[in-house]
Design a protein around this ligand. Structure first.
Ligand code: SAM
Length: 205
């Protein structure tokens, strides 16, 4: 099996398939994604989320902000299982979604845990990470604000944020408050979308 043109091991494929089946089952009872996108689960959500690990396929510690139905956090945790290293801390304040995330991690034997708290309080529970991910949460300025406890002044922590076609305007706004190094990864899934890689974060005085 290939995702975004890259080979996926049989073991990871089986874990992703198990996750997809579980997701479809739970999505009938709780609103995990917009119902109109459920028919396109593999492309719109699983392949899209896989890009984060594919850009940075290392056994490192991640924090995934506003994980919702597991995108991209659970997908990263599933890929990490084949590296037998790394960990994903999923932060999701909605208790029903957090229950789904715990079930998904357990049943796929993925490398992650769930923190059912607000993002604003998460740094008290998770102090160290090398990467932060978020999708469909808030604009880049807001994402950097949420990520700043882990990233400010720390060279070894970088952000990987899914962004849609408005991303240039979001970068401009964020540059009004922050200095950072930026890499733009074109999305393999959505034309005009990107994954923005942010590092070396400094606050503008
Ligand atoms: C639009 S959903 C996106 C979910 C997922 N990342 C995705 O791409 O499908 C945003 C999620 O973030 C959670 N969320 C929003 N603000 C939060 C906060 N301050 N603390 C914790 N979770 C939050 C919501 O409960 C929701 O599940």
């Amino acid at each position: 099996m290939e995702l975004n043109g890259l080979r996926v091991s049989r073991e990871t494929q089986e874990r992703l398939q198990h996750f997809a089946a579980l997701f479809q089952k739970w999505a009938k009872a709780i609103n995990l994604v917009a119902p109109s996108t459920l028919d396109d689960l593999w492309h719109r959500h699983i392949a899209d989320s896989s890009q984060v690990f594919q850009i940075h396929p290392q056994p490192i510690t991640w924090v995934d902000l506003g994980s919702g139905g597991g995108f991209p956090g659970v997908i990263t945790a599933i890929f990490l299982a084949e590296l037998q290293g790394g960990w994903v801390h999923l932060v999701e304040s909605n208790h029903k979604k957090a229950a789904f995330l715990r079930t998904a991690l357990r049943e796929t034997n993925a490398r992650g845990s769930v923190h059912s708290i607000r993002i604003e309080d998460a740094y008290t529970e998770v102090r160290e990470c090398s990467a932060i991910s978020a999708r469909a949460l808030t604009d880049l300025d807001g994402l950097i604000g949420y990520s700043s406890p882990w990233m400010l002044g720390k060279e070894n922590c970088r952000g990987f944020f899914h962004k849609g076609r408005d991303y240039l305007r979001e970068i401009d706004k964020a540059r009004g408050r922050w200095e950072f190094d930026l890499l733009e990864h074109k999305s393999a899934v959505e034309q005009e979308s990107v994954i923005l890689e942010i590092s070396n974060l400094r606050r503008l005085v």
